[in-house]
Design a protein around this ligand. Structure first.
Ligand SMILES: C[S@@+](CC[C@H](N)C(=O)[O-])C[C@H]1O[C@@H](n2cnc3c(N)ncnc32)[C@H](O)[C@@H]1O
Length: 202
């Protein structure tokens, strides 16, 4: 367990719902609801944070929600209990996934690989626990090729990485570097916010 990262996100958990709970959730709700409606089989959700995404999960699914931060998970617990389906929460570092190979049909993420310290390593771990032909569905903000947003995100990252996410991650490339195939990108906002879909072990 990466204790430094865990502590950073425990700190962030204090004001997380206040910062993130209204504008962003309202704005991205239709995209998230549509992406998560694709959930089927045994699903791993990374990283569940305070559980704000649970409201967008379709009912009746079998989901394991992971996060490295105990404080995030403490807030998520009430939301998880209200979910009409099977939703198990676990404190786990994505780099230390303790599931056997091929344990899940699908993995979903939401603003996760802006925050995981070693994104390619984390994505390789995710790929390992996917079944043959299993799929990855991500709602992520990434670096942008558009001027001036790309430059702005680089500068913002100097500050944001100290207490939260990195704004300049090339997550689409990282997904391919981790060995996923058939990587498809659905743009959501300004080459920054994206839905990324990919296929795991062949
Ligand atoms: C920006 S927050 C997103 C939370 C949630 N998905 C949402 O959209 O509200 C990033 C989350 O990643 C988690 N995280 C960071 N590094 C992690 C790791 N190595 N393993 C598991 N979770 C991690 C943090 O604890 C935090 O909850």
């Amino acid at each position: 367990m990466d204790l430094e990262t865990s502590r950073k996100w425990d700190e962030a958990a204090r004001g997380y719902d206040l910062m993130n709970g209204f504008g962003p959730e309202w704005r991205w709700a239709p995209w998230k609801r549509r992406l998560f409606s694709e959930m089927s089989g045994r699903v791993l959700f990374l990283a569940i944070g305070t559980g704000q995404d649970i409201q967008f999960f379709p009912p009746g699914r079998e989901i394991v929600g992971l996060d490295i931060s105990a404080r995030m998970l403490a807030v998520a617990t009430t939301r998880a209990h209200a979910y009409e389906g099977s939703l198990e929460l676990r404190r786990l570092d994505v780099h230390d996934l303790d599931y056997p190979d091929g344990s899940f049909d699908q993995v979903f993420t939401s603003c996760t690989f802006c925050s995981v310290p070693d994104p390619v390593g984390g994505l390789k771990a995710v790929r390992r626990v996917l079944k043959q032909g299993g799929t990855l569905g991500m709602f992520e903000h990434t670096r942008s090729r558009l001027f001036p947003f790309g430059v702005m995100l680089e500068v913002m990252t100097l500050l944001t990485r100290r207490f939260g996410p990195e704004m300049n991650r090339d997550t689409v490339t990282n997904v391919a570097r981790a060995g996923f195939t058939n990587v498809r990108v659905e743009p959501v906002y300004l080459d920054v916010v994206k839905i990324i879909r990919a296929v795991g072990p062949g």
